[in-house]
Every structure is written in structure tokens, then in C-alpha cells.
Design a protein around this ligand. Structure first.
Ligand code: UFG
Length: 343
């Protein structure tokens, strides 16, 4: 069988770069496309080093540009597209909703319109556990009802899920879709050549931890220790970025090999293991032998108390399961921060 080609939109970012590495390792041809609006070339260069693929195609494209999106699909024989290209800062989306709706919806609509014009495609959309809101029951399965989004960012995820479902339905099997709902992706590639590169002050926990440990930030604020959880801090399902990236390979393979049971499917991508913010901080200190300066601070607006995945469906249907331990993941996150600092 000839090699299949996967277009990775937003392929130079944190998740996209790890997915590119795993797709190449699995034997796919990959086209990386990014407009570098929220990342530099560090991860793309890292991907080339890890894979030994100096010739890896890179297209600097803004998917909000319909003509450029069309041209990209005309240039390569694309069997599947994984769509990451999107803005992702929750707080910023509250302050600038138009920017978020315009970018995140337009880029995805352009991909779908092009796919439709070309007679079909396999489309994998990067969704989020944010669609479950504050769940009544944990862990959440794919059947757990979605809840109204609490931010424009979250709403773009819910809306793109619906847009893909409706588009699949209207295209009589020519467009197939998989929605992967990520829990909390953390860590970095074990090579320490690619990882998370937040611009400015990090919003997410693990980059904040590593930047505090390296001395870039003075003190980690733990937002809330009065939640109704065992230790009072929020609980999350922290999923290793390499495990998460592999889930995409399983999903793409399921699509291109015609193994889907429905034309649009949804899978949780998590570990099934809840970990509190405090437990994560303690594990980071222990595994890396560093002392972290932290203090308890008031709750952060919009935070969910506790959410973690029931990942059973991904395992039974796709054969995917998270395998990396939290210790491995936190070691990799620290190695990446040290690599960035040249240490
Ligand atoms: N936290 C801190 N201090 C920090 C940063 C985070 O205590 O400096 C806590 C948060 O309060 C939360 C936990 O660490 O309890 C995890 O926070 P993150 O920001 O790392 O992740 P979230 O669970 O808030 O974010 C995730 C995804 C988003 C998604 C959001 C929706 O990363 O993409 O869930 O709830 F939008």
C-alpha cells in the first residue's frame, strides 16, 4: 500500500509537533502547515531532528485564507487532515471573543469547504474536555452530556464539533470525522527537543511549574485549596503529550483504513487517573529533586472542580491507551525547560 499523506494544520505547535513525530514514526507522509501566529520554528526544527527528516514539508499558511487552503489541498494528495490551527487562551478569548470566533471557526470552515469541493477527506478535529463543563459525575464518558461553554474558546470547540458532525452527515460518507477530546496534555518529548513554548506568562499549570522551578517566575500560585476534593485542590486528568500524540495515529489509521463504525466518532483522550494540583506539584518536586516556591491563592474564575476521563472507548475501539507514568511525564517536562534554558 502506498504511503498515506496527513496534513497537520497547526503542526508547528505543542501538540501538532508531537503528533507529526508519531505520524512519521508510524510511516505516514506528513505536511506541516502553520502560520506561526502563536509559535516560532523551535518545535518544527526539533521535529526534523527527532525524525531525521530534513526534507519535512512545511507550508506557511493561514487557514483563514480560503484560497491558500484550497491551494494546499491541490498541491498534496491529502488523505487526512488533523486540524489544530486555533487560538487557545481561555482568558484572552473572554476579552477578545470576535478574534477567537473569527479565527477558530473560519479556519475550520475553510478546511471543510475545501474537503467538500475536492470530493471528501478524513478530518480529525482537536476538541477538548472543556465541552463537558463541570460534570455531574466523574469520570466522564463520551456519552456524558456536553454543557454550555464558559468561554468563547470553549464555545469554539463545541461549535466545531457540531460543524464537523453536520458536515459529515451532509456528505454521505465522503467526509469522515473523528473528534478527540483531550484532557490536560502535559510533558514533552523524551528527547527534550520539542515541548510547550508558551508566549508570555503561562496560563497552564505545568509550564508555570517548570518556569518557576527554573527561576523565570517567582512563585507558583495554586488557585484554590478549598475545593470539595480530597486535598482541597482541583483534580485533572493529566495526559502525557506523547501518549496523546499516539492517539492521533490510531485515529488516523482507523479513518484511512476504513475501520470506523460511524462516519463521525468521538473519543476521550485521557488516562482515567485523577490527580490533584497539589499531588502534581508534589510529584514534580520529588521526581526532579527540586524545591518549588508555591503558595495558595484564591480560586481562578471559571475553573472546574474535578474532571477526568473514562478512556475505555478509545482502548476498546482503537486499541489506544495511555502508558506513560506521571513521573516520566514530569521528568520530560523538566528536561525540556532545562533544554530551553541551555542547562
Ligand atoms: N493552576 C494553578 N496555578 C496555575 C495554573 C493552573 O493552580 O498557575 C491550576 C488550575 O486552577 C487548575 C489546574 O491547575 O485547577 C489546571 O489548570 P490548567 O490551566 O493547566 O488547565 P485547565 O484544566 O484549566 O485547562 C484545560 C485546558 C484548556 C481548556 C480548559 C477548560 O488546558 O484548553 O481545560 O476548562 F479550555
Amino acid at each position: 500500500m502506498s504511503k498515506k499523506t496527513v496534513l497537520v494544520s497547526g503542526g508547528a505547535g505543542f501538540i501538532g509537533s508531537h503528533v507529526t513525530v508519531e505520524l512519521i514514526a508510524a510511516g505516514y507522509d506528513v505536511v506541516v502547515a502553520d502560520n506561526f501566529s502563536n509559535c516560532d520554528h523551535t518545535c518544527f526544527e526539533g521535529v526534523k531532528k527527532i525524525t531525521g527528516r530534513e526534507d519535512l514539508p512545511l507550508e506557511v499558511v493561514d487557514f483563514c485564507d480560503a484560497a491558500a487552503t484550497d491551494a494546499l489541498f491541490a498541491k498534496y494528495p491529502i488523505d487526512a487532515v488533523i486540524h489544530f490551527a486555533a487560538f487557545k487562551a481561555v482568558g484572552e478569548s473572554v476579552a477578545e471573543p470576535v478574534k477567537y470566533y473569527k479565527n477558530n471557526l473560519t479556519s475550520f470552515l475553510n478546511v471543510l469547504e475545501t474537503a467538500q469541493k475536492r470530493g471528501g477527506c478524513n478530518v480529525l478535529f482537536s476538541s477538548s474536555a472543556t465541552v463537558y463543563g463541570e460534570p455531574e459525575k466523574v469520570p466522564v464518558t463520551e456519552q456524558t452530556p456536553r454543557q454550555p461553554a464558559t468561554s468563547p474558546y470553549g464555545n469554539t470547540k463545541t461549535m466545531c464539533e457540531d460543524i464537523l458532525r453536520d458536515t459529515v452527515k451532509a456528505n454521505g460518507g465522503k467526509i469522515k470525522g473523528i473528534l478527540l477530546r483531550y484532557f490536560n496534555p502535559i510533558g514533552a518529548h523524551p528527547s527534550a527537543l520539542i515541548g510547550e513554548l508558551p508566549r508570555g506568562v503561562p496560563n497552564n499549570l505545568v509550564p508555570y511549574i517548570t518556569q518557576t522551578a527554573i527561576g523565570k517566575r517567582e512563585c507558583l500560585n495554586i488557585f484554590g485549596n478549598d475545593y470539595p476534593t480530597p486535598d482541597g485542590t482541583c483534580q485533572r486528568d493529566f495526559i502525557d503529550i506523547v501518549d496523546l500524540a499516539k492517539a492521533h495515529v490510531y485515529a488516523v489509521t482507523r479513518m484511512v483504513e476504513g475501520k470506523m463504525k460511524q462516519d463521525c466518532e468521538v473519543f476521550n483522550v485521557g488516562t482515567g487517573r485523577p490527580l490533584s494540583v497539589m499531588e502534581l506539584v508534589n510529584a514534580f518536586e520529588k521526581v526532579n529533586g527540586v524545591k518549588l516556591n508555591y503558595k495558595f491563592a484564591p480560586r481562578r474564575a471559571g475553573d472546574i472542580t474535578a474532571i477526568w476521563a473514562d478512556p475505555t472507548l478509545a482502548e476498546t475501539e482503537m486499541g489506544w491507551k495511555a502508558t506513560r507514568t506521571i513521573e516520566e511525564t514530569l521528568k520530560a517536562a523538566w528536561a525540556w525547560e532545562c533544554h530551553l534554558a541551555g542547562k
